[in-house]
Design a protein around this ligand. Sequence first.
Ligand SMILES: *Cc1c(COP(=O)(O)O)cnc(C)c1O
Length: 391
Amino acid sequence: MSEKIIRSSIHDEETLDPENWDQVRALGHRMVDDMVTYLSEVRERPVWQPIPADVKAYFEEPLPQEPSDSSEVYNDFLEFIQPYPMGNIHPRFWGWVIGTGTTTGMFAEMLAAGMNPNVGGGDHIANYVEAQVIQWFIEAFGFPPSSSGLLVSGGSMANLVGLTVARNTKAGFDIRVEGVHHAPAPLTIYGSTETHNSVQKAVELLGLGDKAFRRIPVNDSFQIDIEKLGAAIDEDRAQGLQPICIIGNAGTVNTGAVDDLDALAEISSRENLWYHVDGAFGSLAALSPELRQLVDGLERADSLAFDLHKWMYMPFEIGCALMREEEAHRKSFSLTADYLEHTERGVGAGTRWFSDYGVQLSREFRALKAWMSIKEYGIRKYGRLIKQNVE
Ligand SMILES: *Cc1c(COP(=O)(O)O)cnc(C)c1O
């Protein structure tokens, strides 16, 4: 084919490109203006309002078969979607443990989606951005510099990743090959009765069964009762069960309780158990020099789960799993199919293949909002904000 034919056939192809780039630019500018106004006026609006029946009914319309004008679609957003938010971006929204998002986070999401890399691996810059963000948290929490990590959708996924590595490392056999049913004794995991239910989900997904999650009573401060924990481990061993992991809570959802993380580190190492800390929001107290002592001991964890969309105020979704032993982390997830062969050069090269460290192969560039936010605000500012929130 001559160049001319190739060019004309490309030209005739149907695509999703805008028909008119100037129009799309103008619409984009309008969206930016509208959204910045919307955010700057958040304090003047009610936190939440009920969704009228006719608005709900609008979301029952059938599948669109034919195109609409992009500005009409945007008008639908303005009329039917934007006015009915959850409310968590409002400064007086104190429900659950939910972050607000930031303007920087919003713009970073746009930039990330515009570049739209697949951060499963390869030699392109997004992988380096994510690696740096992880390294920053390794530093902030005082983990060894050789630790590894993965940005994930949130604390639930970070708990799943951490507990997967815990199970695989402590099972005592190749559980990836043999499966859970091969275990000579049922594997058990320990945490307080206040532990978040994402841990239960993880334990179930890992094939251990909810019964394997031994819920230990708490003391008057809603912290895990250390003596009862020790007794439960002993008793389970005597019954022929195989304890593999202790979970420490750095900030429970019900009361904000932080377990005695140092004591749990000691029991874990004495009993040769994996030590996982669920620090979804509370671990970030470590960023405040005044509050840091509340979570002392979390730097001794084998794995730490935390969120950036809670006490780092970033837009959903972003959480992180840190792992003390890079090798244990990689061994739990790496697989190299022919179509994913890591090459020596070109875009298929690169030392960071994040798909070797977690569940997902295709991964979004969520690192960018963390990278831009941390650079813009500096990590100390987060520490001050967290202290202010506590006060
Ligand atoms: C929020 C939370 C989770 C779950 O995190 P998601 O980001 O919602 O998936 C787990 N543990 C604790 C303590 C939490 O506060």
